[in-house]
Design a protein around this ligand. Structure first.
Ligand SMILES: Cc1ncc(COP(=O)(O)O)c(C=O)c1O
Length: 390
């Protein structure tokens, strides 16, 4: 079969590839500890599952409006005004099956071939994959590891030109766990206004911040009209498999995304949206408990990584990822991830799965139980004691 040339420019995430390799080894009877995939190990809180049951019984089994149920869009707008300080109403909100379609559709609706998309890197691989797929040019911007993986503003300035069209931000950040400080966001906003950039701000981990704040760039002056905030329920409410996400964006762009939804998915499952309503209006104590558990795991993971030969790890400010430096092992990140999987039975992700700028690092997801984390980290430490040269 002949495929469109653009299919060669689409990549699939390393996390899913490594998960498949880990599962294949498990099928052969090997014991594997999964520190790869970024998926909360918790079940979706029971009251949210009950709300979906009730919605199915009440007949939420039909098509709904392409942009989402009006009452759900209004609720999200009200909550995000309150929780994140966004200035928005229902007309700015589009509901999609997961957060990824907001990324895909906002690029599809705005990028022309040859447009340049600035992406602080390492980064969630979908950004570069979709931008390249659409014929845009990906321009990586380095992060500064010594400053909590903050964006390198000087490097960004040198990469701006007349073709610069979009800036993609992700804070709290996958894979590093970094959070962009307010002062950097202010400088980024100033650059975005001056160079007329559209900002795609992926804030899906905004509910997972351990220290300080993670403000939205959309709250800064003149930014709501040029920012797409990407958010969703997958991480904060442990709802990855439900496929429920949303974007908050200028109204004209929201209408374009509704047209793309109409032509692709028709709508997001209506009973799932009702469950989302319950998630936002119900008790938030389970979310708070999950966050406290992640905080405890972060301490465990960071301490164990720093005790390993050839490894050092700063404390991530948010998400459930750690991004240790592993250059001291003398191996590339891909070699190390391969060895850890094949020889130690631990799935980790090479930093290069998030762009070349991720070389020298591994991504460790601590969305796994403390018992599994201890076992995985013990296996890593034992293995590294044999290979590390430092
Ligand atoms: C930074 C980032 N954005 C978006 C997503 C996708 O979220 P969803 O599963 O809701 O599509 C992920 C999932 O791993 C992510 O890490």
């Amino acid at each position: 079969m002949r495929f469109a040339a653009r299919m060669d420019r689409l990549t699939t995430a390393a996390s899913f590839d490594m998960l498949a390799r880990g599962k294949a080894l498990e099928a052969q009877g090997r014991s594997i500890v999964h520190l790869g995939i970024g998926e909360p190990d918790f079940d979706t809180p029971a009251f949210i599952r009950r709300a979906a049951d009730a919605a199915l019984t009440a007949g939420y089994t039909h098509y709904g409006p392409a942009a989402g149920l009006p009452e759900f869009r209004a609720l999200i707008a009200a909550e995000w005004r309150k929780r994140r300080g966004l200035s928005c109403d229902a007309a700015n909100v589009v509901v999609t099956p997961g957060a990824k379609p907001i990324l895909f559709f906002s690029m599809l609706a705005t990028l022309e071939p040859g447009d340049e998309v600035l992406i602080p890197s390492p980064a969630f691989p979908t950004y570069a994959s979709v931008a390249s797929f659409l014929g845009a040019r990906v321009v990586p911007v380095p992060l500064v590891p010594s400053r909590g993986f903050d964006v390198d503003l000087d490097a960004l300035r040198t990469r701006l030109n007349g073709r610069s069209r979009m800036l993609v931000l992700n804070s709290p950040h996958n894979p590093t766990g970094g959070v962009i400080p307010r002062a950097t966001l202010q400088a980024l906003a100033e650059l975005a206004r001056r160079h007329d950039l559209l900002v795609v701000s992926d804030e899906i981990y905004a509910g997972m911040v351990y220290d300080g704040e993670s403000p939205s760039i959309a709250t800064l002056p003149g930014m709501a009209e040029r920012t797409v905030v990407v958010d969703g329920f997958s991480k904060t409410y442990a709802m990855t498999g439900w496929r429920l996400g949303f974007g908050v964006m200028p109204e004209a762009l929201a209408r374009q995304l509704a047209a793309l939804m109409n032509n692709s998915n028709s709508c997001t499952a209506t009973f799932v949206q009702k469950a989302g309503e319950a998630a936002l209006t119900g008790p938030q104590d389970e979310v708070a408990r999950m966050l406290e558990e992640f905080r405890a795991r972060r301490a465990l993971v960071v301490a164990a990584l720093n005790a390993m030969r050839g490894v050092s790890c700063a404390e991530p400010a948010g998400t459930f990822y750690a991004f240790p430096r592993v250059e001291g092992t003398g191996l590339t990140s891909a070699e190390l991830a391969d060895r850890l999987l094949e020889e130690a039975g631990v799935v980790t992700l090479p930093g290069t799965g998030f762009g070349e700028e991720g070389e020298g690092h591994l991504r460790i997801s601590y969305a796994n139980s403390q018992a599994n984390l201890r076992e995985g980290l013990k296996r890593m430490a034992t293995h590294l004691a044999t290979v590390a040269r430092a």
